[in-house]
Ligand binder design. Structure first.
Ligand SMILES: [Zn+2]
Length: 190
């Protein structure tokens, strides 16, 4: 969300929601809430309009072709069906084709993709595609584990369920032995 004009629109919408649920948006505790929510949304949805490839542009050459693995990067995203968070940890593995990026860049690419209305499955696939396309990595694997508040605090109301998604690209998509090895290094699916 890059358009500063949209902040007042969100403020009005939040005030409308408060009124619609039977609250008084003018009472002291709620008076600043639409403004706070609008500011928060600007942060939570800051990945909209950005391409994760922008974060992966600066790479450097390496001679080796050994596996690079980032384990359990914490992330927070917003379920696009309910607009409440799902959150957990992402692990990323890739086999470079002569180029690697700084690990902080991988974390930033994930942030770009997580800071928008999302589905865990799509976040996983988009992260794998970004690494595969931008880095030209020979093989990519992305594994996400997350808890969805839309399952924990409403609906089936079952906290603690971990949803695990994975996406494999390049050579990793065909080689189940590599997938098994990566999953073993990450401590398995469970
Ligand atoms: Zn949901």
């Amino acid at each position: 969300m890059n358009n500063a004009q949209s902040i007042p629109t969100i403020e009005n919408a939040v005030a409308d929601i408060l009124a619609a649920i039977g609250e008084d948006p003018q009472r002291p505790g709620l008076r600043e809430t639409p403004k706070r929510v609008a500011e928060m949304y600007r942060e939570l949805f800051s990945g909209l309009g950005h391409d994760p490839a922008e974060e992966l542009q600066v790479s450097f050459e390496v001679e080796h072709q050994d596996l690079v693995l980032l384990k359990a990067i914490p992330f927070y995203s917003m379920c696009e069906h309910h607009l409440i968070p799902f959150f957990g940890a992402a692990s990323v593995a890739y086999l470079p084709k002569g180029r690697v990026v700084g690990v902080s860049k991988i974390v930033r690419a994930l942030e770009v993709l997580a800071h928008r209305p999302q589905l865990q499955e799509r976040l996983t696939a988009q992260m794998a595609d970004a690494l595969h396309t931008s880095l030209g990595a020979l093989g990519v694997g992305v594994l996400l584990r997350a808890e969805h508040l839309c399952m924990s605090m409403r609906g089936v109301s079952k906290p603690g369920i971990q949803v695990v998604t994975s996406a494999w690209r390049g050579t990793f998509s065909q080689e189940s032995s590599i997938q098994r090895e990566i999953l073993a290094q990450l401590g398995g699916i469970a």
